[in-house]
Design a protein. Sequence first.
Length: 115
Amino acid sequence: MMNSFRTRAAICAAGAAVVAALTAGTAIAGADAKDDAFNAAMQKAGWPAAKTPDGYTQLGRDICDDMAKGTTQDQIVKTFMDLEAANGDLKAAGINVTDPMVTAMVSAAKQTYCP
């Protein structure tokens, strides 16, 4: 069972973060090569393109932080899917989240941001 408040908060906010990334009107400079790679991996996994360079990057960093504290990839995926099933934030935004999408997101975060 996942004990990290940060992961829970990040996952609970994921729907809002995804919606914000998709609807932000003005691009904000600041993404680097790692961020670009992570956002590209998200798109490849089926996530909609983010409208800002920062896109999904904070979520990716939070996932990596929690993995460094011992939270497993499977725990993050399960919690994300359970919370989406309960809240439906992403579905309400027109995003049909699947297990493979979330697994790819966590794998991309691990590969991109984890030491």
